[in-house]
Design a protein around this ligand. Structure first.
Ligand code: F6P
Length: 326
């Protein structure tokens, strides 16, 4: 019999579509298992300040389809310090919260890992970030929706690019990882994709573009991951522009629109699956792990492992990119 009676749930770091579906799943699974559940507002900030809200089943009605997070999110500086974490622990003790479920990315899990080392509080993580950059899960909640948002935007840009015979450099998010850029670039048929995991030299990019243009292409799309070593879409566009005045170049930085919108069916199902798995893991006395999806099945990985290891982009996608971006 688990000693856990009351759990807290929070969302932290950059929001991602599907976080609400995960909150809904956590709340309803907790209630199903006769546990009390409180929502913590604004991530670890709310934990430090005791910003708690008792959650009932109806509190999570009508949210599965909504982007953002009803609990709000933050990147808490104070929780990075021992003092902040002590305040958070005191608030949890006062509110009789026995365990936590944190939905977020690696910053969220780094905080959770230290917290579980310092205090005897079980914490389970659910991967929620559009970047998909977490080791130990094939997908993070929000990634699929963001991908679809990106390709919808790129398809629209392509219409105007071909109408004006222009070459567009489109910058997509992903922090220091290229998952979003690589997959969206392939899905949108980009002429070239620049990602941090594989350096593309200016000369190679010039060669790809020249090939396309001699093959009678009059417009083109280059997807640039924000973390790419070339310095971002504006920098690379200006370098190409200086050497090739024959191209009519424009730059588009997609920005935070990539984080918004109603989650895709895939993200809703992943979020629902992982919300249930996270509560189950707590009831199974897990303490410091992230639940994820590997080869279609629910997996568990320690916070230690997911933080220390870097997830690799799929080799097969890199090969496809190499073939198609000639
Ligand atoms: O981690 C999600 C993410 O959207 C990254 O892709 C991006 O680099 C970062 O967050 C932006 O953070 P902020 O919203 O704080 O500017």
């Amino acid at each position: 019999m688990s000693r856990i009676k009351k759990i807290g749930v929070l969302t932290s770091g950059g929001d991602a579509p599907g976080m609400n579906a995960a909150i809904r799943a956590v709340v309803r699974t907790a209630i199903y298992n006769k546990l009390e559940v409180v929502g913590v507002k604004q991530g670890y900030e709310g934990l430090i300040h005791g910003d708690f809200q008792n959650m009932e089943s109806h509190d999570v009605s009508n949210i599965i389809q909504r982007g953002g997070t009803i609990l709000c999110s933050a990147r808490s500086e104070e929780f990075r310090g021992a003092e902040g974490r002590k305040k958070a622990h005191d608030q949890m003790v006062a509110a009789k919260i026995d365990a936590l479920i944190v939905i977020g990315g690696d910053g969220t899990f780094s905080g959770a890992r230290i917290f579980t080392q310092e205090y005897d509080i079980p914490v389970v993580g659910i991967p929620g970030t559009i970047d998909n950059d977490l080791y130990g899960t094939d997908y993070t909640i929000g990634y699929d929706t963001a991908l679809n948002t990106v390709i919808e935007a790129v398809d629209k840009i392509r219409d105007t690019a071909s109408a004006h015979n222009r070459l567009f450099f489109i910058e997509v998010m992903g922090r220091d990882a290229g998952f979003l850029a690589l997959r969206s670039g392939i899905a949108a048929g980009a002429e070239a994709i620049l990602i941090p995991e594989r350096q593309t030299h200016l000369k190679d990019l010039e060669r790809y573009l020249a090939k396309g243009y001699t093959a009678h292409k009059t417009s083109g799309i280059v997807i640039v991951a924000e973390g790419d070593k070339s310095g971002g879409a504006y920098t690379i566009a200006s370098e190409i522009g200086k050497k090739h005045p024959e191209y009519d170049i424009r730059v588009s930085v997609l920005g935070h629109m990539q984080r918004g919108g109603s989650p895709s069916a895939f993200d809703r199902v992943t979020a629902s699956t992982l919300g249930v798995a996270a509560v189950d893991a707590l009831l199974d006395d897990q303490k410091s792990i992230m639940v994820g999806i590997v080869n279609g099945e629910v997996s568990q990985v320690s916070f230690n492992k997911t933080i220390k290891n870097r997830k690799k982009v799929k080799e097969s996608l890199l090969t496809i990119n190499d073939i198609l971006s000639i």
